[in-house]
Structure formats: C-alpha cells, structure tokens
Write a protein that binds this ligand. Structure first.
Ligand code: G6P
Length: 359
C-alpha cells in the first residue's frame, strides 16, 4: 500500500501534493497563452443559456457555489442548489436553462436525481465530473471532464481544485465578453499549478495547528468567492479531525455566530483580493479579536490582513478569481495536519463514503 501512496503517509496528503500536476492536466489544451483563448471542446454545441443552475452535494456543492458567483459576476444569472433538495423541489427551469451537475464521481444518487428532474423538465444538462463514462457523464446532454486522475482519499482535495478551474472555464466560455479582464484570468489559470506548488512548499499549516490542539471548536469565515472556500475548509476539517468546525459567511457573524466565539475557538479567515469584500472581512476579524479568539488569516496580502492576525498562511498574488483556490490548499493542509496530529483515520473517516449512491 505504501507504493500506492508514493511514500506519503496518507492518500490525502499524496493527492494534495498532486495538485500542480492535476491542475495542469485540467487546463491542458484549454487555455491558450498566445492567442488568449479559452476553449472547451465539449462545450462547442452549448448555446447561450438564460440561466445556469448548479446541483451538487458535499464538497462539489462548494465548487457549485463558487461557480454560481463567478457566472453572476460575468452577467449570467446563476444559482447553486443542494442536489437533495433540487430533486424534490426543483427551481423553475425551462429549455432555455442549463443545469450543471458538479460531481467528482458522477455517481452521487442525489445529484443524478436532480439532473434527471431538470432534464425531464426540458433543461439542457451538463455533467462536470472526474470519472469518464460515469452515470452523470452518460446521462447528461454534455460533459466536461476535470481530469484530476483517481482520488482515493474519502475527503476530496485535488478534485475540488480542478472543479474550481472547471467552473472558471465554463464561465469564460458561456459569458464570452462578459468576463472581465480575460487576459488576467488566462495568466492566472496558467500560473495556478506553480502557485499551488509555492503554497505546498511554503505552508506553515503544520506548525499553526500545533497551537490549537486543545481548542473546543474551529470557525472559518469568508465573503464573496472566499465564502465557499470557508465552507469547504470547515467541511474538510470536521470530516477528518472529528472536531467541531463551522464555516460562516463573514457578514453573518454578528447575526448569531459571534455568540460562539471565545478564546478557545480559533477563527480561520479567508481574505483574498483587493476589493471591498476583503476590507469588510478584515472588519469581522477585528470583531472576533475583540472577543479574544485566536485568528489565522489565509491571505494574499489583501488589505494588509496579516497585521491583525496571530498567524498568517500566505498565498501568492494572482487573479482574484483564482486566489480562493490557493487559499483552499492552505486549508486542506490545516485539516490534514490537525487530523494527523490527532491520529485520525485520515483516508477513511468514520461513517463517510467516497461516493454516496443512495438517496
Ligand atoms: C461524499 C464524499 C464527499 C463528496 C460528496 C459528493 O459525501 O464523501 O467528499 O464531496 O460525496 O460527491 P461527488 O462524487 O458527487 O462529487
């Protein structure tokens, strides 16, 4: 088994380190540096949908939330839905809409049901998946493969980062000129593999978690595109450490979650980009600091966020649409190192399955 893990202690750590390669595969032939074009052959016969609806579960739902935000920013109405709810209470949908199932395995029962429901109502369907020939790939009108390679660890890592790239490609293709600063996006996408490598080489996550082994709960905050990453950071953390972890929309902090914040609840704040969102999340960081919570900021240097943190997990500067992907790699390492420190069953967490094929 050690051979399968290529010398890593766990498949999860191996797969985290495979990301520079899996991401390179995901963009290969799709992002052209010279002529500045983004081409996704599988989407050649997709028209211009009026709205895009994502359906997904678990980690893939977080990629869907991020994708919906990207599309809306590019001028296309889009929403993300939990597949289990969509299957029984679908959003209004017609032949002018595209419903995208985001599913690593292509076999998640809830996501398949949601796609079938949407198809039955006349929508065009698309599977964004990792597994060639999977049920979602076969049953959908269109399929885009994320090309992450096999993922063995139950906790999804490299497939999530490829899903984030996948929804960027989809957005660039569907929104055409609606996409702002296309050149920056292209440069950012081409730089993602080496930027992820830089995060892997320089991360201090292992030392940071050492400070918090006795904490009672762990909170993750983010806004805008950083919000789905905060949710994913918390999900990964709870899945493999068995510690209580929650992701919050930073702007909702004062409407409830703040009551939980104490000196024993470390707060991980994801703050990327130079915009208003980063500055506002920084304001939230100050609020939790005033309650004596230890603060770890995951940042590209936005709004000088590091000045207000007890610890900083740095990521390289890149296009602001892609910075959340890099921040997520730091949070993968946070979850992994805490779980390793607590000697959990990292590759096979209790009660969880890699693919949930029953509703
Ligand atoms: C299970 C896995 C998760 C995954 C979810 C959706 O719960 O443990 O890691 O995110 O299913 O899986 P899918 O294959 O549809 O992406």
């Amino acid at each position: 088994e050690q051979t399968g893990k290529s010398g890593y202690d766990h498949y999860m750590l191996k797969e985290i380190h495979e990301q520079p390669v899996s991401l390179r595969q995901c963009i290969s032939g799709r992002v052209d540096e010279l002529d500045g074009r983004i081409t996704v052959e599988e989407l050649d016969d997709v028209g211009a949908p009026e709205t895009v609806q994502f359906v997904a579960c678990g980690t893939s739902y977080h990629a869907a939330l991020y994708g919906a935000r990207l599309l809306r920013a590019a001028g296309i109405p889009a929403n993300a839905y939990y597949a289990h709810e969509y299957a029984t209470a679908p959003a209004p949908v017609s032949g002018a809409d595209l419903v995208v199932g985001v599913t690593q395995s292509g076999e998640t029962a809830d996501t398949l049901s949601a796609l079938r429901e949407a198809g039955g109502r006349g929508a065009e369907t698309l599977a964004l998946t990792n597994v060639v020939g999977s049920t979602a790939a076969r049953e959908s009108d269109h399929v885009v493969y994320i090309r992450a390679g096999p993922e063995i660890g139950v906790a999804a890592t490299k497939t999530f980062s490829s899903q984030l790239v996948g929804v960027n490609l989809l957005t660039a293709r569907l929104a055409g000129r609606g996409v702002d600063r296309r050149r920056d996006l292209i440069d950012g996408l081409r730089g993602v593999p080496s930027d992820v490598q830089a995060v892997l080489d320089g991360s201090t996550a292992a030392a940071v978690v050492e400070e918090f082994v006795d904490a009672t709960a762990f909170f993750f905050l983010g806004r805008g595109l950083d919000y789905p990453v905060a949710l994913e950071g918390a999900l990964k953390f709870k899945e493999i450490t068995y510690e209580h972890a929650e992701g919050f929309a930073a702007g909702e902090l004062k409407h409830g979650p703040l009551a939980l914040v104490t000196s024993n609840t470390p707060v991980f704040a994801v703050i990327t980009g130079d915009g208003e969102a980063a500055r506002k999340t920084l304001g939230n960081v100050k609020e939790v600091e005033a309650r004596d919570a230890p603060v770890v900021v995951v940042t590209d240097g936005a709004a000088e966020a590091g000045r207000y943190a007890d610890h900083v997990l740095e990521i390289p500067r890149t296009d602001e649409r892609l910075a959340p992907l890099l921040a997520n790699v730091q949070l993968q390492l946070v979850a992994y190192h805490m779980a390793a420190r607590l000697e959990r069953a990292i590759d096979k967490p209790r009660n969880l399955a890699k693919s949930v094929t029953v509703e």
